[in-house]
Ligand binder design. Structure first.
Ligand SMILES: Nc1ncnc2c1ncn2[C@@H]1O[C@H](COP(=O)(O)OP(=O)(O)OP(=O)(O)O)[C@@H](O)[C@H]1O
Ligand SMILES: [Mg+2]
Length: 205
C-alpha cells in the first residue's frame, strides 16, 4: 500500500503557513525517518496524515483513494504524550480493548503485564502507557503507523525494547512506519531512509 501526502499546506492562523506544498510518501513495510527543528511542523504533518487535522489543503491518499472519516483509520498516530490519548476515567483494560480486543500475543510482545490491566492510566509510567497505546494501535486494520516522538520520555533500554517490539510487529504485518524524532542516532538505527522536513517544506520563515 502507498500512503501519500501531496501539496499539503496548513496554518493554524490565517495567512500564516506552517506547512506549504509538502509532499510525502510512505510504502507498506517501509520505516521512514522524519527530522526537523522544534516547532517546524512535524507533529502538525503527523496529524494531517492520520486524520486528526482536517483543515488543510492538498490531499492525503491511500492507494490513490481519500481516507474516509468516521471509520477505523488505517493510518494510526501515536503521540509523544500517551496520557493525552487515553480517557483518565477508564481503566487500562477498557482503554486497550475499546476498538477491538487486543490479542495476548501483542500484549506479550510489548511486555504488558496482566496486573497493569486493572490500573488507572495515572498509575502507569509514560513508557508503560505508551506500550498500551502501541498495542491498541497495531490492530489488524492498521496499515501505517505515524510515530511522533513516541519514546522521548523513556530511558535508552526501554526505548530499544519498545522499538524492537514495534519493528518485529510491523515487519510481520507489513505496516509502514513514519518515525519522527529529534534523535538522529535513533533514526539512523531504525530507518531505511530519512527525510528532513526543511527539505520538503517550502515555507519561508
Ligand atoms: N493548536 C495549535 N494552535 C496554534 N499553533 C499551534 C498549534 N499547535 C502547534 N502550533 C504551532 O505550530 C508550529 C508547529 O508545531 P508542531 O507541533 O507541528 O511542531 P513540531 O515540529 O512537532 O515541534 P516539536 O519538535 O517541538 O514537537 C509551532 O510554531 C507551534 O507553536
Ligand atoms: Mg512535535
Amino acid at each position: 500500500m502507498h500512503l501519500k501526502g501531496e501539496n499539503l499546506s496548513f496554518g493554524y492562523k490565517k495567512d500564516h503557513f506552517i506547512l506549504k506544498d509538502v509532499d510525502i510518501s510512505l510504502y507498506s513495510g517501509e520505516v521512514l525517518g522524519l527530522i526537523g527543528d522544534s516547532g517546524s511542523g512535524k507533529s502538525t504533518l503527523c496529524k494531517i496524515l492520520s486524520g486528526y487535522e482536517n483543515n488543510y489543503s492538498g490531499t492525503v491518499s491511500l492507494d490513490g483513494n481519500k481516507i474516509p472519516s468516521g471509520i477505523y483509520n488505517p493510518v494510526q498516530l501515536i503521540f509523544q504524550h500517551p496520557e493525552k490519548a487515553v480517557n483518565p476515567k477508564w481503566k487500562m483494560e477498557a482503554i486497550l480493548n475499546e476498538g477491538h480486543v487486543v490479542s495476548q500475543d501483542i500484549l506479550d510482545s510489548f511486555g504488558i503485564k496482566k496486573n497493569w490491566l486493572n490500573r488507572w492510566p495515572n498509575e502507569l509510567s509514560g513508557g508503560e502507557l505508551q506500550r498500551f497505546a502501541l498495542a491498541r494501535a497495531l490492530g489488524l486494520e492498521t496499515k501505517f503507523l505515524i510515530a511522533d516522538e513516541i519514546t522521548t520520555m523513556v530511558d535508552a533500554i526501554t526505548q530499544a525494547q519498545i522499538w524492537e517490539s514495534i519493528l518485529n510487529m510491523v515487519e510481520e504485518l507489513n505496516i509502514g512506519v513514519l518515525v519522527v524524532s529529534h534523535d538522529k542516532n535513533l533514526i539512523n538505527k531504525l530507518c531505511h531512509d530519512v527525510l528532513y522536513l526543511s527539505d520538503i517544506n517550502t515555507v519561508n520563515y
